[in-house]
Design a protein around this ligand. Structure first.
Ligand code: MEV
Length: 440
């Protein structure tokens, strides 16, 4: 059995790979060769990647694709998307083109407020804690001024600090619930630094508050951390057009198509099993742009799914309606994004993605990302209520299957052509491939 290893992080990259492949792979030489094949030939690029995280042994590539023709608030964007799922970029591009001559996407940022909390335990009288908080509030702000100075110069900073009594949920539990404006930064470091300073001040000042008993002075800080649930850092994106201009599928009238779209969204609103998949389709677009622009997709995912159940049951993030002959399709979701700091200034491809997007502000990026989610959902639901998802999906997946089968470039060409007119199920592809090989 493999023994635990001490000091793994201190080994060189080569030593880490040696140890790993010797103990955990059946063919260490092949595994080593594979890992090294994915090293970047440019040493400076590789070093950058080595230093992003601890214990880097190689790079894990995702394709970076482009979905062009996105008209957003009358400006044309080509949207970079980092994603492995074969049909996503194609679907986004199709949706962009569909809405291009119908006025495109209209978006609006509804709020930019970020949240952080100092969670603490207090054993004592609530009125005295409130009095203490009122007294200490200016000091909380002034003690954090070294951290907030630059952000304030740019127009951001701490918006509000509130004392919240959470003792009904958990004995002795209180919090400082704080809101921030972090402008073009995602703001995690800024917020966490402010919160940790608030916690220090709170604890220190409690020692000398004259109304506190000894027990009350012993405020116990549990943790200080931003919240990835940001329901007031919100963006809305919308498309609309006269119902008559919609063409759903070959056999359906525009009206029927519009009604089916609304029905499909309404099902996702009331049925959590469907809502999760419906929103997964939205996240196909959102995550791909969030990743391509070097933002934290885990934070975005966590916040968005919490928002999808803000009123109780988990529900659809998109909405659809037919009003006075107009089909409307829109999304509203929270997005805490940054266009400065973090990976955005480090990763060369992220920098390029930002350039392609016209060096957007965080607010502009929120709008682009929301549009990517809406477009993806439109494309998915449109397929679902017309042809079904498999037709387009398998066409896009065809190359993956052919690569798995070891098809040559010529074979790929022949079979791609063949499946333009035939349904590309997995079995059908395997059969056609075998038939082609046997005729040679
Ligand atoms: C697949 O990645 C996403 C879909 O399942 C989304 C949906 O069902 O709406 C097609």
């Amino acid at each position: 059995m493999t023994q635990p290893i001490e000091g793994f992080s201190k080994l060189t990259k080569e030593q880490k790979i040696d140890w790993l492949t010797t103990h955990y792979t059946t063919d260490p030489e092949a595994a080593k060769a594979l890992l090294k094949r994915y090293w970047n030939v440019a040493e400076d690029v590789q070093q950058l990647h080595d230093e992003f995280i601890e214990n880097t042994i190689t790079n894990y590539y995702l394709p970076l694709g482009i979905a062009p023709n996105f008209l957003i608030n009358n400006k044309l964007y080509a949207i970079p998307m980092a994603i492995e799922e074969s049909s996503v970029v194609a679907a986004a591009s199709k949706a962009a083109k569909f809405w291009l001559d119908k006025g495109g996407f209209k978006t609006q940022v509804l709020g930019t407020e970020k949240i952080g909390q100092v969670h603490f335990m207090y054993h004592g009288n609530k009125e005295r804690l409130t009095a203490f908080f009122e007294q200490v509030r200016p000091k909380l702000l002034s003690d954090a001024s070294a951290i907030t100075k630059n952000m304030e110069k740019r127009g951001g900073g701490i918006n509000k600090i509130e004392l919240r009594d959470k003792t009904e949920a958990l004995d002795h539990y209180y919090q400082l619930h704080c809101t921030f404006e972090t402008l073009d930064a995602m703001g995690a470091n800024f917020i966490n630094s402010c919160l940790e300073q608030f916690a220090k001040t709170l604890k220190a000042e409690a020692q000398s508050f004259p109304l506190f008993s000894e027990e009350e002075k012993a405020i116990e800080i549990v943790m200080s951390i931003l919240s990835n649930y940001v329901p007031d850092c919100l963006v809305r994106a919308e498309v609309s057009c006269p119902v008559d201009e919609l063409k759903g599928g070959s056999s359906e009238s525009s009206r029927q198509f519009a009604e089916k779209m609304v029905q499909a969204v309404n099902i996702a609103k009331v049925e959590p099993h469907r809502a999760v998949t419906h929103n997964k389709g939205i996240m196909n677009g959102i995550d791909a742009v969030v990743l391509a622009t070097g933002n934290d997709f885990r934070a975005v995912e966590a916040g968005i799914h919490a928002y999808a159940s803000k009123d109780g049951p988990y529900t659809s993030l998109t909405h659809a309606a037919i009003e006075n002959g107009t089909f409307k399709f829109w999304i509203e979701l929270p997005l805490a994004l940054g266009t400065i700091g973090g990976l955005t200034s480090l990763h060369p491809l992220v920098k390029l993605a930002m350039e392609i997007l016209g060096k957007p502000s965080a607010q502009e990026l929120m709008q682009i990302v929301a549009v990517a989610g809406l477009a993806q959902n439109f494309a998915a639901v449109r397929s679902l209520v017309t042809t079904g998802i498999q037709e387009g999906h398998m066409k896009m997946h065809l190359l993956n299957i052919l690569n798995q089968l070891g098809a040559t470039e010529d074979e790929k060409k022949t079979l791609t052509h063949h499946f333009k007119k035939h349904s590309a199920t997995h079995n059908a592809v395997v059969e056609a491939f075998e038939k082609l090989r046997s005729t040679k």
